[in-house]
Design a protein around this ligand. Structure first.
Ligand code: AMP
Ligand code: MG
Length: 471
């Protein structure tokens, strides 16, 4: 397999990473490969047939041109400062420039211990690997900025959690794996050399028009606010919005305990460790602003006039809601087939969401079927819904149907389907995984006999309301 690596992070100051090889595994077997993404990266998908492919995606064979390393970072986890984190179970193989001209990281996750592992074994089990593969590819298909999945392999080795589970490695592709926490690490240590090098690297790589740290901050805030608005418009709950899981490139990263809501409720939390609902659905924008305040704080040391920087950066962070609210209105107006949305439409959308909350309506299916009885049937109070629909009709654009078809997925990776695929995968049956993956990567396609089951909301018995971190 030929991968045209062009590595730049490996040339940054040495305190920013540790050169580190993945630890080989016993018996790598490919479970999924992504031909479309391979082509984008300039990799010939035929090479997935090579005998070395499984070895490369397991970390047993290092492809020519790779410069394997583990990145260091820090972060606020559930609001608590952790001064030392890093790739504890991931290895960056290197970077490639895609056929679209965009530079991307190729990273193995689940590839063994590194100096940043602290307590863990550096491994991943099949469940979170499958979840990340399916959900990240579904997000991409829905046009949400995200890391992607190039391949997944099983390792032939057990991993020990509360039970013995099959080990797996996912090959993750991202515009970069640089996080808010990467900036925090160097800022907190007063390492100006690294902080400056990191900032220059990020501007050159992700925000070439930015004129300096202040401008970078504005750009990251705008991108991140937009990203969260997109999550909200899909009923997506990230689950662990720690600052070490906030990509500077504005991509969704770290699919540990994430899930999509079935029945709509703003307080929904899936993650078993999120006891107080810090990362509940409706808290995501507020946490987004909080995370940007941490980013701003990490950039302050770069500024010549500290007091002025604090003032300017505070103002920048206070603009987060404005970016978010604009993107939210645009996203939800699209879901209702409304062009040129105005402030009154905000109320129209909020009223629909309130009815959905009261009646426990299925978020995805209401939007995917608005204007038909299938959506109306989701509501208990039909009179209230009909009254709302009359207001909506006066606001709909003439080509609402076309706009809505592109804004409302029929199929999302529902939590019970993910669990079903993972359970089957554990006993060696990959068919449900591949069927779900195929369905969620065509989210807007008309339903067929084969895919209709993936669009159906779970029954009470089928509902899966808890998720776990991907370790
Ligand atoms: P996450 O919850 O995935 O964002 O991970 C938080 C931190 O824990 C990161 O620094 C990870 O590298 C580390 N970590 C998570 N799982 C493992 C593991 N199995 N072995 C070693 N480190 C881990
Ligand atoms: Mg993480």
């Amino acid at each position: 397999m030929k991968i045209a690596f062009d590595n730049t992070y490996a040339k940054l100051p040495p305190q920013m990473f540790t050169a580190q090889l993945p630890v080989p595994v016993k018996d790598p077997q490919i479970i999924a490969t992504n031909a479309e993404l391979a082509k984008l990266l300039g990799i010939n998908p035929m090479a997935f047939q090579d005998l070395t492919a499984a070895k490369i995606f397991a970390g047993n064979h290092i492809p020519d041109g790779a410069a394997p390393l583990a990145q260091v970072y820090a972060g606020h986890q559930f609001g608590n400062w952790n001064p030392q984190l890093g790739d504890g179970r991931a290895i960056l193989l290197g970077e490639v420039i895609g056929t679209d001209g965009i530079r991307r990281d190729i990273q193995l996750k689940g590839s063994g211990p590194t100096p940043y592992s602290r307590r863990g074994d550096g491994r991943a089990w099949l469940g979170p690997v499958m979840r990340e593969y399916i959900v990240s590819e579904a997000m991409h298909a829905m046009d949400v900025p995200t890391t992607r999945a190039l391949a997944a392999v099983t390792t032939g080795e057990p991993v020990y959690r509360e039970e013995v589970l099959p080990g797996a490695v996912i090959t993750r592709v991202a515009q970069s794996h640089i996080r808010v926490g990467t900036f925090q690490f160097f800022a907190s240590r007063g390492d100006m050399e690294a902080l400056q090098a990191l900032t220059d690297h990020v501007i050159a790589r992700h925000y070439p028009d930015a004129t300096g740290p202040a401008d970078l901050l504005d750009s990251v805030i705008a991108r991140y606010a937009r990203l969260i608005a997109r999550w909200m418009s899909l009923g997506f709950i990230h689950g662990v919005m720690n600052t070490d899981n906030v990509s500077i490139a504005g991509e969704t990263i770290d699919y540990g305990p994430c899930a999509f809501m079935d029945a709509f409720h703003p307080d929904t939390v899936f993650s078993a460790i999120d006891q107080y609902g810090r990362y509940a659905y409706s808290n995501q924008p507020g946490i987004g602003a909080w995370n940007m305040a941490q980013f701003a704080t990490a950039l302050i040391p770069l500024m010549p006039d500290r007091d002025k920087a604090i003032e300017d950066f505070t103002a920048a962070v206070h603009r987060f809601p404005e970016h978010y609210e604009g993107a939210w209105l645009e996203a939800f107006a699209g879901k209702l087939g409304i062009m040129d949305a105005d402030e009154d439409d905000r109320t129209l959308i909020a009223d629909l969401l309130d009815m959905m909350t009261k009646d426990g309506a299925d978020f995805t299916n209401v939007f995917a079927n608005l204007g038909t009885d299938t959506a109306r049937d989701q509501f208990i109070d039909r009179d209230a819904f009909d009254a709302w629909a009359l207001r909506w009709n006066t606001r709909k654009s003439p080509d609402a149907a076309a706009i809505m078809a592109k804004a409302n997925p029929q199929i999302i990776p529902r939590n019970h389907r993910l669990e079903e695929a993972i359970t089957a995968g554990r006993s060696g049956n990959l068919e449900p995984f591949h069927a779900l993956l195929a369905a969620v990567t065509q989210p807007y396609a008309p339903l067929t006999d084969e895919t209709a089951r993936f669009a159906r909301a779970p029954s009470k018995e089928e509902r899966v309301t808890r998720t776990f971190c991907g370790t």
